[in-house]
Design a protein around this ligand. Structure first.
Ligand SMILES: [Zn+2]
Length: 184
């Protein structure tokens, strides 16, 4: 008997490049994730109790599986909205409550200001650094008391990877911050 013969083969996720089990399993409707990677994220989201950490992990995951936006409107929107969320969290330090309120109306507020009825495709980062070295696996394998810190590292890494789009995303974040101010 060969040692390890029963282990599932692994494959590289086409989104985040994590080594994940090569399994036949459901995939997300439009995020560019391998089935084994999507399964890891689904298990993680079931285990994260803090709504702020859960939202941040979702922002990271969506931003790290961004391919195919040119042919899928929902994917364009997902990448744009989740990157704007990362920007509001990391660069502007918004509270979870305020984030939730602002992001609710983001397409309604931002797209008319851009004169568009649809989000543009953001070109995913190319090059050897890809979409950052921290993936869903790092958070899943962290002990539960360290998952918030691991998710924070994941967010910084993904946001840094998207540096070529920071100016664009920052512009969207600023529209939201202006809209979110109380009106006289
Ligand atoms: Zn992945």
């Amino acid at each position: 008997m060969t040692v390890g013969a029963d282990l599932p083969r692994s494959t590289t996720c086409r989104g985040c490049a994590a080594p994940v089990a090569d399994i036949p399993a459901p995939v997300h409707a439009y995020m560019s994730a391998a089935p084994g990677c999507w399964q890891e994220f689904s298990l993680l989201t079931a285990e994260l109790a803090d709504p702020g950490v859960l939202r941040l992990a979702t922002d990271c995951y969506a931003a790290q599986h961004p391919y195919g936006g040119e042919r899928e409107r929902r994917q364009r929107q997902s990448v744009a909205v989740h990157l704007t969320a990362l920007c509001l969290h990391l660069e502007h330090g918004l509270s979870e409550d305020r984030m939730r309120r602002l992001l609710n109306g983001i397409s309604r507020e931002v797209l008319p200001r851009l004169g568009r009825d649809d989000w543009p495709v953001l070109e995913p980062p190319a090059g050897p650094a890809g979409l950052g070295s921290v993936t869903v696996l790092d958070v899943r394998h962290a002990p539960s008391e360290e998952r918030a810190a691991a998710t924070a590292r994941w967010a910084s890494s993904v946001w840094r990877a998207w540096s070529g789009s920071h100016r664009t995303v920052e512009g969207w974040a600023r529209i939201m911050l202006a809209e979110g101010r109380p009106r006289m």
